[in-house]
Each structure stands twice: as structure tokens, then as C-alpha cells.
Design a protein around this ligand. Structure first.
Ligand code: PLP
Length: 633
């Protein structure tokens, strides 16, 4: 029986994590729907890869679909508007994009362009982010939230933006900040709009649980808050206090944590109004999660709610608390970052080579002098049957550890160890075959099956392009972008090209805690094999580092028209070797001079001939100018 694209969709889960943006076409290629729910336009990723290559850019490349960014902003605003209307909420919704989630100029440009219609603002947590935000935002009605630790210069920049008519809010994050803001406001004669960030006792589950709760590093305690109110009253500036902010973590998987946070914050809000502050804005911070693994569950790489449920629970919770005290409904602000940008970027890379799981042939007979352990492994191999599978698993693991131990102690030779490994590999294959006949496969057997995989070497750096996979075990959806009408034969893990054993993708969407392997196709001699890592628009581009001096990848940004035509709006060439060396403070001119001197020295010492000098130096020159990733000659 042939393989269908439906089987590929099921295998890779694209219909689950792809939301409205990704699917497989009849030709077995991944397509992107730039307009989300409106499926009238689709573009094949393979076609885009060919276009990227024709423009002279190599893999890896980060592909950004600008329309998806726009679609995410529209979707969030329209959902909030609908829910606000349905509930009779007497306030509006404003989104702000936290610049730290993706600081790229192109991203801010699209967010400000599309966000104009909705007064979608920006959140800045540092001076560079604030300057970038002010320079990109033309809409004076969009909020500009200043979070983070602020010095005099930061505050002066924000006050200058207020002078120019922008709606800037200074969020007091730590107690000491207020005095400096008051001092600078007086000096510049500008009335500041103030907000307070509070530490809620609510703590969200998940990888960012430390961002909330009383142990969080940012935010005011109850006592700090009272001090801030008293100081503002003393200065007759309580009128400036308009906004309450909290942030209990990113990627909040459980909707009940979101609800609990809003309810608690509303009690603070109500009390601030009672104290006489005008208020008007409730800023819930980030946290709207992305369903990276498509499981729609309360697990760290997913979320157990829809965007509509998120909006609904927020609006309903605010009304539940504030209506009891007749407190006016505030403007709701969320600082959603990942939910806005994650879907718009895809990391594309080619596979360079594979290391297949293929043991040498099993010898029919062991040498007479074979160690007892080898005899035992051979006996285990012969014994495998559905009835004894668990026992065979136990024995294999035990004998394998004994073999390793004896080798370390010098009691087994390299050949005996190699022999034992071959036997273990054949046992794994036979166990896997046998398990196919069973309805219920024991857990240990599944664990052993997980050891059978090929290694596919991908042309990318995990540390540069997918740092969260390494740092916090984030699961990202990965799959081939073509050949999806062919059966992928090989269970595999994907290694990057850094020489770091952590540089690998070995957990994929599926199952309760992800799957340990991903089925991939055999490589063909005459065709590149391309994979995509999806939903990488949030944090990945900016947290990456130069591990092994692999630099930024090429970035292309595509904008699609309603008639299906598209334009490459921005192309950013990835770092060259010369670039990354200079980031590390190397003086590249001095490197060139030293290479010349080295060549001269090599001539004088007889290592190379004079006529070879030029070719060698040209090679180095080409190396310095080249891409840091694998380039095919
Ligand atoms: N706001 C603040 C204060 C944050 O620290 C963060 C990130 O952790 C965000 C917003 C963005 O969160 P998310 O990307 O989950 O929406």
C-alpha cells in the first residue's frame, strides 16, 4: 500500500500545531497559508527555498512570512473585541508587543504597520529597546510601556517621548525607581504616566513559574505599594498613577492560572482606585501560550485553551471582581509576545549526511574463546519471543552494562566489545520486530526501541537558531518540507553541525512528553533533503549565541498579496566568518597581515613554494568572506 499525505500529516502532527498556517499539499510539500483562516492563497515552502537559493542565499535560512505576523495581531484584537462586545464590557483592549521577544527591525516594522488600526503598542525593557520602539512607532495613540530597571537616561528618553505626544507609561518595578522618576519629571517639567508592577501570589505552572509568586525578582510587595501611594500623595501626583501591571510567566499552559492571576490583580486594581488613583489600565503582561506540540494540553509545550477562551476568561474575571465594587472597567493591556511572533518564522535547513543504525551482519557462531557475556547475549538474541520480551530486555540491559564495566577494567578487548555491541544492536532490531506483533508493548521495550535511530546531520546550529531547545528543553515542531507523499523509512534524531553533543534535536511533538525520534526519508543522490523547524519567531532569533562561531543565518522576509504573488521584502545576509571573528574582538586586518607573514615564513622554511603562496592566501580570503555554515562547493 502506498503512503499518503494524510499519513504524513498524522505522523508529523502538522494539522495540530500548524494552526491555520501550515498544511501539506497534494504534491507532498508543506504549504503556508499566509492569511490564516482564509485559505485562498497557499505557497509551497520548497518553492520558497528554491527562490531563496536562486537569490544566492544558502541554507540555513530563516524565512519570515510577514502576513502571518499581521494575521496574529488582527486575530488577537478581533477576538478581544468580539468578547468585549458579547460581555458588555465597558472598556477596550490594547496589545503591546514586548520588543525583547523579537527585536528585529523588520518585525517591529510590520507590527507597527499592522497594529496601527488597533493602536497596538510596544513594550521596552531597556534603553536600546526604548529608542528602537520610539523610532519605529508613528502612532501616538498606541501605548509605549517602559518596564525593566531604569536609570536617569532611560527615564529622560521616556519623558522626551511624552513631550512628543506619545502615550508612555513608566512601570515602577522596584521601590527605588519612583524617586528617580519624580526627580527627572520635575527637572524636565513633564508629567509622567505611572504604572506599578505587583508581585502576585499566583504562580503559573511551567518553565516560567519563577516569574510569578512572591519569590519573583521584579514587582512591588504590598508594603512597597503602600509606600508608592503615600509618596505620590505627598507629592500631589497620585493622578499620575494609571496602570497596574503584573507578569506571572511566559507560555502559561493552564487557563486556570491565567484566570487566577487576573482575579488577584483585580483586587489590587480595585484597592488602588479606592485609594484615589485614577487608574484606567490593567496590564496583564505576557503568557498567552503557543501550542508547539499541538497536544492542546496543560503541558509545558502546549496550552489547554484557545485564544477565544483566553480573552473570554480575562474579560469575565475582570467583570466578576470589579463589578462587585462598581469599579469602572479598565482598558485591558496584554504584552503577548510569543503568541504574536512564533508562527511567522521558520528555520529551513538541508541535511548534509546521515549515520544510519545498521549493525554489521550477525555472526552465526561465536569464537570458541568468546567471553561468557557474549555467549549470554547470543542466548538472549535466540530466546526473543513475545512471551519473553520483558525478560530479554532486562537481560540485554544487564549484560550490556557488564560488558562496558569489564572493558573499563581491561578484561574485555576492543574486538570483544565491538562484538557485544553488534549483538546488542541485533537484539534491539529483533525486539522491535517482535513487538510489532504485540497489542501492549511493555514500557522498557519501548525505551529500548527508542535506541534505534539514524543520525541526520542538519546544516544549522541549535545554539544560534534554536537556543530554547538546548536551554529549556523546548519542543519545537520539525518535519521535512517535501517528499511527504513518500513513506519516511527511518526513525531519526537530528544533529546540528556544532561539535557539541548537546547540539541535537531529539524530542519531537507527540506522546505525553514528546517522541524520542522523528521518521525521516532516505537521502537521494540527486536531490537535497530540506527540513523546517516551525514556530521559531519568538525569542529564538535573539537569544542565540555564537557557539563554535556559527553566526546568524540568512534571513528572508516574504510578503504575500491576495492574488498569491509574493515579494521578498527584506533579505539579510547571515554573518560571514569575518563578521563573527570581529564580534569576538579579533582585528581581521591583523589576521590578514598575520596570514601573509605566515605564508612568507612557510616559504622561507621550505614548507610551500612561492607560486603556492597566492593560492593558499586566496583560500583564506575566501574563508574569511564565506558563510559560517556548510557550503557546498
Ligand atoms: N512581559 C514581560 C514583563 C515579560 O517578562 C515577558 C516575557 O517573559 C513578556 C511580556 C512576554 O511573554 P510572552 O512571550 O509569553 O507573551
Amino acid at each position: 500500500m502506498g503512503w499518503s499525505i494524510e499519513q504524513s500529516a498524522e505522523l508529523y502532527g502538522i494539522d495540530k500545531w500548524g494552526a491555520d498556517y501550515f498544511a501539506i499539499n497534494d504534491g507532498g510539500e508543506v504549504v503556508v497559508f499566509p492569511f490564516g483562516e482564509d485559505k485562498s492563497v497557499e505557497i509551497s515552502l520548497l518553492e520558497l527555498i528554491k527562490e531563496i537559493r536562486m537569490r544566492g542565499y544558502d541554507m540555513p535560512a530563516l524565512l519570515r512570512i510577514e502576513n502571518i505576523l499581521g494575521s496574529r495581531i488582527r486575530d488577537l484584537h478581533q477576538t478581544f473585541r468580539k468578547v468585549i462586545q458579547e460581555n458588555g464590557y465597558r472598556g477596550e483592549y490594547r496589545g503591546v508587543f514586548p520588543v525583547k521577544v523579537n527585536q528585529q527591525e523588520q518585525v517591529l516594522k510590520v507590527i507597527c504597520e499592522v497594529g496601527k488600526e488597533y493602536n497596538h503598542g510596544l513594550e521596552a525593557g531597556s534603553k536600546p529597546e526604548l529608542i528602537a520602539a520610539i523610532s519605529m512607532q508613528e502612532n501616538r495613540n498606541a501605548p509605549l510601556i517602559c518596564n525593566g530597571y531604569k536609570d536617569e537616561e532611560f527615564i529622560d528618553l521616556g519623558l522626551s517621548a511624552i513631550q512628543m505626544g506619545f502615550q508612555v507609561f513608566f512601570v515602577i518595578e522596584v521601590p527605588g525607581e519612583l524617586e528617580l522618576i519624580l526627580e527627572r519629571a520635575k527637572a524636565l517639567k513633564v508629567m509622567p504616566n505611572l504604572g506599578v508592577r505587583i508581585k502576585l501570589s499566583t504562580q503559573a505552572e511551567g518553565k516560567w513559574s519563577h516569574s510569578g509568586g512572591e519569590g519573583s525578582v521584579f514587582g512591588l510587595t504590598m508594603n512597597h505599594l503602600v509606600t508608592v501611594i503615600d509618596r505620590l500623595k505627598e507629592e500631589e501626583m497620585l493622578d499620575c498613577l494609571q496602570l497596574l501591571h503584573y507578569h506571572i510567566g511566559s507560555q502559561i499552559a493552564n487557563i486556570s492560572d491565567i484566570r487566577a492571576g487576573v482575579m488577584e490583580a483585580c483586587r489590587y486594581y480595585e484597592e488602588l482606585v479606592r485609594e484615589g488613583a485614577p487608574m484606567g489600565y490593567l496590564d496583564l503582561g505576557g503568557g498567552l501560550a503557543v501550542d508547539y506540540d499541538g497536544s492542546h494540553s496543560n503541558t509545558p509545550s502546549s496550552r489547554n485553551y484557545s485564544t477565544e477562551e483566553y480573552c473570554w476568561d480575562i474579560v469575565e474575571s475582570i467583570m466578576t471582581v470589579l463589578d462587585k465594587s462598581d469599579t469602572a472597567h479598565p482598558v485591558i493591556i496584554t504584552e503577548s509576545g510569543r503568541a504574536i511572533v512564533a508562527y511567522s518564522s521558520i528555520l529551513l535547513f538541508n541535511i548534509l549526511d546521515t549515520s544510519p543504525f545498521s549493525p554489521p551482519e550477525l555472526p552465526l557462531k561465536l569464537p570458541d574463546t568468546a567471553h561468557d557475556l557474549l555467549e549470554n547475549l547470543m542466548a538472549t538474541y535466540r530466546m526473543i519471543s513475545p512471551k519473553d520480551l520483558q525478560e530479554c530486555c532486562n537481560d540485554t540491559l544487564y549484560y550490556r552494562s557488564q560488558v562496558r564495566q569489564l572493558f573499563k577494567l581491561g578484561q574485555l578487548s576492543i574486538r570483544e566489545r565491538a562484538f557485544a555491541e553488534t549483538l546488542v544492536q541485533h537484539i534491539l532490531l529483533k525486539i522491535t520486530e517482535t513487538a510489532k506483533e504485540m497489542q501492549q508493548v511493555p514500557r522498557d521495550v519501548r525505551m529500548l526501541q527508542g535506541l534505534i535511530y539514524d543520525i541526520y546531520y542538519g546544516n544549522f546550529s541549535l545554539f544560534q537558531s534554536l537556543p530554547d531547545v538546548w536551554a529549556i528543553d523546548q519542543i519545537m515542531p520539525v518535519m521535512p518540507v517535501h517528499r511527504l507523499d513518500e513513506e519516511p523509512e527511518n526513525p531519526a534524531i537530528i544533529s546540528d553541525i556544532t561539535c557539541d553533543c548537546d547540539g541535537k534535536l531529539d524530542t519531537f511533538p507527540g506522546g505525553d512528553c514528546g517522541q524520542k525520534t522523528l521518521r525521516l526519508h532516505n537521502l537521494l543522490d540527486d536531490e537535497e533533503y530540506y527540513l523546517g523547524v516551525f514556530l521559531v519567531g519568538a525569542y529564538q532569533e535573539t537569544l542565540g549565541d555564537l557557539h563554535n562561531l556559527f553566526g546568524d543565518s540568512n534571513v528572508v522576509s516574504v510578503s504575500v498579496e491576495k492574488d498569491g504573488s509574493y515579494r521578498f521584502r527584506d533579505e539579510i545576509e547571515g554573518d560571514s566568518v569575518e563578521d563573527v571573528l570581529s564580534y569576538m574582538e579579533y582585528d581581521v586586518r591583523a589576521i590578514r597581515a598575520r596570514l601573509k607573514a605566515l605564508a612568507e615564513d612557510s616559504i622561507s622554511k621550505g614548507y610551500i613554494r612561492v607560486d603556492e603562496r597566492r593560492t593558499i592566501l586566496d583560500r583564506f580570503e575566501e574563508g574569511l568572506r564565506g558563510y559560517t555554515y556548510f557550503e557546498k562547493a
